[in-house]
Design a protein around this ligand. Sequence first.
Ligand SMILES: [Zn+2]
Length: 276
Amino acid sequence: MFELPEIINLVRQLEKTVVRRRIVRVEVPTNRPKFLFLSPDTPAFERALIGRRIEEATSRGRWIFCRLDDGRTLLFGEFGGRLLFHPAGTPIPAKRHWIAEFDDGSHLSLAIQMWGFLGVLTEAEIAQHPYAGTLAFTPLDTSFTEAAFFERLDRHAAGENKPIKAFLTHSPNVAGIGNGYLQDILFRARLSPKRKVSSLSRDERRALYGALRQTLREAADLGGRDTERDLLDEPGRYVPLLDGRAVGRPCPTCVAPIAKIQYLGGSCYLCPRCQA
Ligand SMILES: [Zn+2]
């Protein structure tokens, strides 16, 4: 699934390819997967896009916002798979769940893996959307300061006080992190995913903030993880410290073997010695 660094890179590439282009044709195959959430449903979705020009592409968390020339927005959110650009005259993959053709003969295609959201919404609809409307606090934004992060941790610790994994991957708390980058962030901060938010010391909070910014900045500069593909079908250049490939290998810090555990609906990779 794409997380903030991949989304930032996709937006950069959309700006260079289809922004300021007009959509002339849209196709949503009838056999689209059940977990591609479309709003509005076909054929209203297709009609909403035809003839529209993309004015701008931006991101928030794990969502891409393409502002259209009628004031509405084309959204891609919480998705994984392939979002690809095809210059005019180049082949389009047979496996696809959405295509848009542009006025210069180029195309965008989307093939969803697992699930994803695709929509054309008004500003008011975005504000009320249960996911797209709750992405105000995104790392790498200038508003994501240490003080603001600590304030969120305090508020959470006084209320729900969930484990740090649940806090970081829930988009109304922090938007943009999934189970991928979470592993490296917690490793760099030397924290177990099971630690309750209220248990973090001031130094641990500071380490967590630094690890979060460092990991996501570095990955965004490198075009995302090497296991994901960008708009031009190229892999990213960020090699995760801890993912499935690291299990059993020596920890980069203390050489204890990296472990895999199942926790809160997904795999976690960690150093049992460094991450207390
Ligand atoms: Zn270690």
